[in-house]
Design a protein around this ligand. Structure first.
Ligand code: BG6
Length: 299
């Protein structure tokens, strides 16, 4: 399979397919701007590192790399719903796209020197058993000085469908006690740790306890100011009016088997989402694209 992927989609010196952890196939990007990695499992971007900077994404040292299992870290794709299924708690949290193996459809070296990979997921008997709709999903990952990730949903069925989800990005930070996330001041959020109570954000978001919030009606960039790494990470987005901030803190980190006990100190999730009031209805033949653009700047 790896040989076949390299023959069909490899780009000499820029994009190589390898057997990654657990023997799962991954694409390794390397260009003058950055390095990056994408697993076909979940179409999960597990690494992005602009040259001369520390990794932008956090990947759990205890992540499991197994067919059918979401990878803890990087950019899991939550789809077609965010969080628990709205009516059936037996269905997988955050949908099924992050658990599925995606197919590579194309790769390209763009004229500006960026490297791009496209992956596809479409309905099967297994997906229809969980979610009874035909669909086509395309994930495009473009690595240059910035990382651009776009998830396009196409409704290939005869009925309208409701689509939620998120690019659930885990960012690497030097020391969570010295991080402030700017860009959500004055926004209303649903506090998932307080029965989804609506609250208002004052100033930057800081993390000194478990945080699990869905910020509503925001299309703004977030800046993750990181005093320990002397940088900020900009998270820009399109096709999203919800931003989720999550850090499990001590007790939840300890409960998660694939998350190291001290992992909460060096990560924060800033998620580009379609959740809560921002779930989209796609007419037959309709499509929706959710995009996140990540860039790192030394300060
Ligand atoms: C966040 C949710 O997006 O994802 C949290 O808001 C959840 O409630 C977290 O705990 C991680 O979810 P999971 O399914 O990957 O453990």
């Amino acid at each position: 399979m790896i040989d076949q992927l390299n023959r069909a989609h490899g780009i000499a010196g820029q994009l190589v397919f390898e057997a990654g952890q657990g023997g799962l196939a991954k694409a390794v990007f390397s260009n003058p701007h950055a390095t990056a990695e994408v697993y076909l499992q979940g179409a999960t971007v597990t690494a992005f590192q602009p040259r001369g900077t520390a990794p932008a994404l956090w990947l759990s040292s205890q992540a499991q790399f197994k067919p059918g299992k979401a990878i803890r870290g990087g950019i899991p794709v939550c789809w077609p719903w965010f969080g628990p299924h709205p009516t059936d708690k037996a269905k997988p949290q955050h949908g099924f796209a992050r658990n599925a193996e995606w197919a590579v459809t194309a790769s390209a070296l763009l004229p500006d020197g960026r490297t791009q990979l496209r992956l596809r997921l479409a309905d099967t008997a297994a997906t229809r058993a969980i979610w009874p709709h035909p669909f086509e999903l395309e994930m495009s990952v473009t690595a240059g000085a910035q990382l651009e990730v776009s998830l396009t949903t196409r409704n290939t069925g005869p009925d309208p469908v409701e689509i939620g989800g998120a690019l659930h990005t885990y960012f690497n930070v030097g020391d969570i006690s010295r991080v402030g996330i700017v860009g959500l001041d004055g926004r209303t959020y649903l506090d998932q740790l307080d029965g989804n109570a609506a609250k208002r954000q004052h100033g930057p978001v800081t993390v000194d306890e478990e945080v699990d919030r869905v910020y509503l009606d925001t299309t703004d960039d977030c800046l993750i100011w990181d005093a320990a790494l002397n940088r900020h990470i900009r998270v820009a987005k399109r096709g999203s009016r919800t931003t989720v901030i999550w850090n499990p803190w001590i007790a939840k980190a300890a409960r998660m088997a694939d998350f190291p006990d001290d992992g909460y100190l060096t990560m924060v999730c800033v998620e580009t989402a379609n959740a809560a009031t921002d779930v989209r209805t796609l007419a037959p033949g309709g499509e929706h694209t959710l995009t996140q653009v990540v860039s790192v700047k030394r300060v």
